[in-house]
Design a protein around this ligand. Sequence first.
Ligand code: HEM
Length: 521
Amino acid sequence: MTLITNNLTLDLVAIIATFLVGIIVYFKWQLSYWDRLGVPSLNPTLVFGDFKNYIFAKCSLGEQFKELYDQFKSKGYKHGGIFVGPKPFYIPVDPDLGKHIMQKDFQHFMNHGFYINEEVDPLTGNLFSLEDAKWRNMRVKLTPTFTSGKMKMMFQTLADCTRGLKEIMDNLALNHAPADIKEILGRFTTDIIGSVAFGIECNSLKNPDAEFRKYGRKIVETGFIDRIKVFLVLSIPHALLRFWRFKFTNTEVETFFMGAIQDTVNYREKNNVYRKDFMHLLLQLKNRGLVADDQKITDDKGNIKENDLITINELAAQAFVFFLGGFETSSTTVSWALYELATNQDIQEKLRKEINDVLSRHNNKLSYDAMMEMTYMDKVINETLRKYPPLPIIPRVCNKDYTIPNTSTKLSRGTSVAIPVLAIHTDPEYYPNPEKFDPEHFSEENVKARPGFTWLPFGDGPRICIGMRFGMMQSKVGLATILKNYKIKLNNKTEFPIKVDPKNFITTAKGGVWLDVEKLD
Ligand code: HEM
């Protein structure tokens, strides 16, 4: 049987050719999207759009966006449009546009546009992914969990984990062995966040193959399949992915975390356990519908806010995102800080002096108040987050048609936006000599002289990182513990000049950061 000609082979060739031409026409039409809208664009290619270098692991996600931002900036554009595959993304170049998107006109750009399918993939129902009213409600419920009072309450749990960190560093110093610092700090922050988010002693500092560490690694180390999943989530309409019952979370990871959370919840509810951690506050939300300053996870006086109760799946998704947000971001931040301090010994000495001076006023004990007094430490961490923002871009989606300020261009509902954080942080207009590690970029005068929305490691506006205080606190504790007790130098196992690993979503050092450690008296 033939369809078009009298020859089956010719028919097949005709069908395939028509299909290919259709795809090419579709891509060409899509790739003219920004031109049709009057937004400057670059030279996207069929299939990959402007994203070829990232897809082929030639550069990291942040570097890919930086390359595109730099092109727009060099042509004097205030904004631009790019393509991830066929999907258009809007990029603000002028920080004032960033301010509109993240703060002034937040009601138009409320969502991250991440994939959610709470039914098939329950861990995607977390605060980072939630949208619209669901996000707002959850954000309001979780905000009291991260006040400075709650940070103070959790400080001791956090400080307890420094013991294991010191044991490892002592051993390395004694044996003159190089420290794979990113790995060690990954175990340190896993122990902290496992303890405060799950109430579980993970013991990954003692045992590098502890389960929490193993699954934590699985989440952040992205293989080919994970890159494809990211590409699908970025380029395919989510309604279609939901229709396919697409699952973003790795099933093994989901089974492990859901199991661990369910066990902890059961244990605490059955034994009425009180512990000063996030899990306690999440359990209050689950059983009482509010976060309270007391030891109770249930309320016997019938004083329950029924409408504000969260389900066990919602609790699990939030504990999961605290874990995810909490360990890798801070451990990479401290690793990069130590890399820079090993390369800049004068800054290392200056910071050590501040740590010793402050601690001498606090009985030589790490405490929340002592950490708050370390202002040079703040500058060093801010500068680290400038050069190496763990999230090199921040995604947003336009949820209500929007006219770009001072233009007649309309972004329609559903348009994706990427705030190019790394690119802004390394723009010489805001940070002269951006490759230089200089904590004085964060002196009072320099901060005042810079336009707003040019330092965005935690994002900004109503959707700013909810765990910022906690992230800063654990980074400071890690850095203070190491610098107080050890002098560090770069070991020659560290690649020099160091490169960002293109295979990781988070800004991490390719090949790791290796340090020589000398114990101080
Ligand atoms: C150095 C440490 C950290 C960095 C650099 C960081 C960075 C970020 C960024 C860039 C965002 C997106 C903000 C936006 O859209 O404007 C974010 C959101 C978020 N972060 Fe962090 N984070 C850190 C630590 C933490 C910690 C310790 C936790 C939890 C314990 C956490 C939990 C979250 C959550 C739940 C969100 C979603 C907030 C929302 O959508 O309302 N992060 N973080």
